[in-house]
Design a protein around this ligand. Structure first.
Ligand SMILES: *Cc1c(COP(=O)(O)O)cnc(C)c1O
Length: 366
């Protein structure tokens, strides 16, 4: 690439993370690997091939364009589309040959009116307050769904750190399942386990689970310890395109109007906040020649500046690691997220989506 700035996506790590979840849930539970938002920015087709190779049974996406990309790439695994479309789009969604989500009576009516309705999962509202069929409509919805291929019920549980909150939401979900059975819907797949729920409540695995973040190492703190996942967005790298020396007393306007108290050397790398990083301090540190050095000033939209005064030899062409490892030095995602003040699930998909991607497999370019 003529502009040296890229992100490295580790497909072998993604496969191992998926295999870890597969082993955790056992063989009898279907694994819907969540690859929403373009595979968390990492490329929906590439990551889907990896999770399917590592034992996922099906995929879940939140955007029909991702589903379209999977089908266009020849991936024929079952794909669940989360609620994402208005009723007018029902025909287009059905044409993707996927499992569609019914999230209210209107979406149900839209799918029911099609000449060839798709397979349906119904999303149940149990307290998140976002999408899902509400309790007051369950009886009517299950009645109206009799002519449809309704094969599953799912919900997105809220506040997994609070077991009482989970119990309350699960009581509601159980009532929805009972209402479905009463309306003649037998053998439905029940699916409530997103990453945190999967890590904390193995009894809620039921017939299927749908984790996303824990496959991509995007959960944080003690959840990350429980998941034991490896980084998938493994590195963000660039190269130095210029080194400049400023004697003591010179002014580098970029650092402020005051004369420099000491000799200073600044190196420029062509990667900026337009690539998904931040503009204002704190910018944190990066690795050059195996050592951590501070980033200086404010980051530009297409440039970062490193204070390399402490390094003996720095030259144009040296690799700059903003995330990941170089020699013995490492900048972890948690560190970078801490400097930038962003949760990993926001920061890493943004970097992966924005920068040119290099896919690694067992350390080598895939
Ligand atoms: C994103 C999503 C998931 C997966 O959540 P993670 O926390 O990433 O595991 C599960 N279910 C629904 C409905 C979602 O939108």
């Amino acid at each position: 690439m003529s502009r040296p700035a890229w992100v490295e996506i580790d497909l072998a790590a993604l496969r191992r993370n998926t295999a870890r979840v597969r082993a955790r849930i056992g063989a009898g539970v279907r694994l819907f690997a969540v690859v929403k938002s373009g595979g968390f920015g990492c490329g929906v087709v590439e990551v889907s091939r990896a999770v399917l190779a590592a034992g996922a049974d099906a995929l879940a996406v939140g955007n029909p364009e991702d589903a379209r990309a999977l089908r266009a790439a020849g991936i024929d695994a079952p794909v669940l589309l989360y609620a994402a479309t208005p009723p007018e789009a029902a025909g287009e969604v059905a044409a993707l040959d996927i499992i569609a989500t019914v999230h209210d009576l209107e979406s149900l009516a839209a799918y029911a009116a099609l000449p060839a309705p798709p397979e349906i999962f119904m999303k149940i509202e149990v307290g998140l307050g976002r999408l899902g069929v509400e309790a007051a409509h369950w009886a009517e919805a299950f009645e109206a769904a009799r002519g449809l291929r309704l094969t599953g019920l799912y919900t997105h549980l809220n506040r997994p750190e609070d077991s009482e909150a989970i119990a309350r939401q699960m009581a509601a979900f159980d009532s929805a399942c009972a209402a479905a059975r009463a309306a003649g819907h037998g053998d439905l797949v029940r699916m409530v386990a997103s990453s945190h729920v999967l890590l904390a409540y193995p009894e809620l695995n039921f017939e299927a689970v749908n984790p996303g973040r824990c496959l991509f190492d995007l959960v944080e703190g003690e959840w990350a310890e429980r998941a034991g996942a490896e980084p998938v967005v493994a590195a963000v790298k660039s190269r130095i395109i210029q080194v400049k020396r400023f004697p003591a007393g010179a002014v580098a306007g970029f650092l402020g109007p005051e004369p420099l108290a000491r000799e200073t050397r600044l190196a420029v790398a062509p990667i900026g906040f337009g690539d998904g990083l931040n503009h204002r301090a704190p910018l944190g540190e990066a690795i050059v020649r195996g050592r951590r050095v501070p980033l200086a000033g404010r980051r530009g939209i297409e440039h970062s500046v490193l204070d390399v005064t402490a390094l003996e030899d720095v030259a144009r062409g040296d690799e700059v690691v903003l995330l990941g490892r170089q020699g013995e030095a490492v900048v972890t995602a948690a560190e970078l997220g801490g400097w930038l003040g962003l949760p990993l699930m926001e920061l890493l998909p943004r970097l992966a989506r924005t920068l040119p991607r290099v896919y690694l497999d067992e350390g080598d370019p895939a």
